[in-house]
Ligand binder design. Sequence first.
Ligand code: URA
Length: 240
Amino acid sequence: MSKMTWDKLLQSQGFGTRKECQSILANGEVVFNDEVVRDYRAQVETDGLEFTVFGEPQRYRWQVYIALHKPPDYECSRKTSHHPGVLTLLPDEMALRDVQPVGRLDHDTTGLLLLSDDGAFIHAQSSPKRHVPKVYVATTHEPVTDELIALLRKGVKLHDEPAPLAATHCERLSDNELEIVLEQGKYHQVKRMLAAAENHCVALRRTAVGGLTLEALNLAEGEWMFLDDRHLALLTGITA
Ligand code: URA
């Protein structure tokens, strides 16, 4: 059980600075238990707290864990250059509470992207020591041959990597489509591995991270959702 004043609580949820949150309260924009909350100094129990801000229902979350179905033409970097950032697909509060992508997908890669404001979680998920498998479906320019699958399983040498990188699992899905599972998260890894194997990746989609699949989450492109403990447990047992 923990209590907080309303201005601090709104700030923690990404509604602005302490002063801005005090104004939101003074303007009667916060409703709790069917009553407008104006006293920013009033203490409230945060566990399971539900309230509305600007008429939108909110639930207090100490930290947030998000799954986004990333569309093409969005960038994961903080300073975007040619496309909008993935954070623009989430409510403004998420950027204000410093939500960040867990690892990066290229601007043209689609599929499952995790985001959080929990630094320890981001670190644990990204750590090579954790071996979190990431599943991708790649569309290739040249046909997918048995030799290509064998090579990707055996490992290919990328020019700035000391040792060959191998897929944990790789299988042909159709003439020009393969599923590849990687435990590392090197820059452009799938595209570079395919290029090193003398093929070319023309489209890439991430379908799962650990045991969390995009299909089970049922998110259309551009849609997102908060993850609960049950979802987090699917990420190789790393819980928040
Ligand atoms: N590998 C790539 O080449 N690109 C991605 O976005 C993810 C993995």
